[in-house]
Design a protein around this ligand. Structure first.
Ligand code: 13P
Length: 254
């Protein structure tokens, strides 16, 4: 099965109502490849989800940036998967490195979240990635395998999962992974899925890259055989995001 190119825009904790309206207007006016070629999902902060959802073009979709690990209730400050389903928000980003690092989300906790969100009917962008220290120690593959294992142990159906490889040292630093570095880890992840889940999941699961992706470096990254799209931070707040969406054409012709 061909893997449809996937472009996610993670807006993180940015934006005012006015800025959000402007970004949506830019996206709505853009000429981009059709939905058959690329799946586009943008992820505003929770409070802007309804506004973005109701004003965004219908061929683009929205994602939340997190959700609670189980059914909602007495968890002050959290947003449950059920609430996202209730608002018709189809996607959620889970396990982003900023949450793993700043909020101490463990591999197991992220795995539990992924399993719970999928069980509620959400589609999940599950983030994994090594720190600079781990890369320099030569443990990159072990780290991303352990992060993926904690998810794989808790789910049986990978249909609604996109795996986002985001090396921590490349996030927000302007220091993008080289196409070869990204390809190497994506291929290792696919091999891991083949060995530990099954061949079908290994060949059909989209593995996207995140970390300082921009309009200038996206094409070369997109041309790598195991790079199935991007999770874009900073550049997803700018018009440049349109160029990144268009890198799906490079992929189609690769
Ligand atoms: O964390 C990221 C996307 O989730 C990447 O962020 P930047 O594109 O700003 O490096």
């Amino acid at each position: 099965m061909a893997r449809k190119f996937f472009i996610g825009g993670n807006w993180k904790c940015n934006g005012t109502t006015e800025e959000v309206k402007k970004i949506v207007a830019t996206l709505n006016a853009a000429q981009v490849p059709s939905q058959d070629v690329v799946e586009v999902v943008v992820s505003p902060p929770f409070v802007f989800l309804p506004l973005v959802k109701e004003s965004l073009r219908p061929d683009f979709h929205v994602a939340a940036q997190n959700c609670w690990v189980k059914k909602g209730g007495a968890y002050t400050g959290e947003v449950s998967a059920e609430m996202l389903v209730n608002l018709n928000v189809p996607w959620v980003i889970l396990g982003h490195s900023e949450r793993r690092a700043l909020l101490n989300e463990s591999n197991e906790f992220v795995g539990d979240k992924v399993a719970y969100a999928l069980a509620q009917g959400l589609k999940v962008i599950a983030c994994i990635g090594e720190t600079l220290e781990q890369r320099e120690a030569g443990t990159t593959v072990d780290v991303v395998a352990a992060q993926t294992k904690a998810i794989a142990e808790r789910i049986s159906d990978w249909t609604n999962v996109v795996l986002a490889y985001e090396p921590v040292w490349a996030i927000g630093t302007g220091k993008v992974a080289s196409p070869a570095q990204a390809q190497e880890v994506h291929l290792e992840l696919r091999k891991w899925l083949h060995k530990n889940v099954n061949a079908e999941v290994a060949s059909s699961t989209r593995i996207i890259y995140g970390g300082s992706v921009n309009g200038g470096n996206c094409k070369e990254l997109a041309a790598q055989p195991d790079v199935d799209g991007f999770l874009v931070g900073g550049a997803s707040l700018k018009a440049e995001f349109i160029d990144i969406i268009k890198s799906a054409e490079t992929k189609k012709n690769a």
